[in-house]
Ligand binder design. Structure first.
Ligand code: ZN
Length: 113
């Protein structure tokens, strides 16, 4: 069984909170935002390159810039930023991830464990 310490807030413990990365999206170019959106799916550089129709080395350069501009240390952290920022990055109006698409009167509540 996990001790209370084991489940103490990881963001507080490590001082690394990916939410902060979402505050810096304005620093990204249009292309970098496209790369970040796809990065949030967890796919590798090869798949990113294929989706965007650009070279894999170009993807790597974009990812490095994204990690830097969003104040993250790793690609994985940037991917978490992407997942958190999906609403801001995704332009698909039918996307179910957009909170405003939740029918009025219904609230999204965390499912109990
Ligand atoms: Zn979406």
């Amino acid at each position: 069984m996990a001790s209370k310490f084991d489940t103490a807030c990881a963001y507080w413990r490590t001082g690394s909170n990916p939410e902060r990365g979402t505050w810096r999206l304005d620093a990204l170019t249009v292309r970098e935002r496209q790369v970040l959106l796809l990065l949030g799916t967890g796919v590798g550089n090869r798949e990113l390159a294929r989706e965007l129709g650009i070279a894999e080395r170009t993807v790597k350069a974009h990812v490095a810039n994204i990690v830097d501009k969003t104040g993250q240390q790793t690609r994985t952290q940037a991917a978490i930023v992407a997942a958190l920022a999906h609403d801001a990055l995704c332009s698909e109006s039918a996307c179910t991830r957009h909170p405003e698409r939740v029918p009025a009167g219904r609230q999204v509540v965390p499912s109990g464990g």
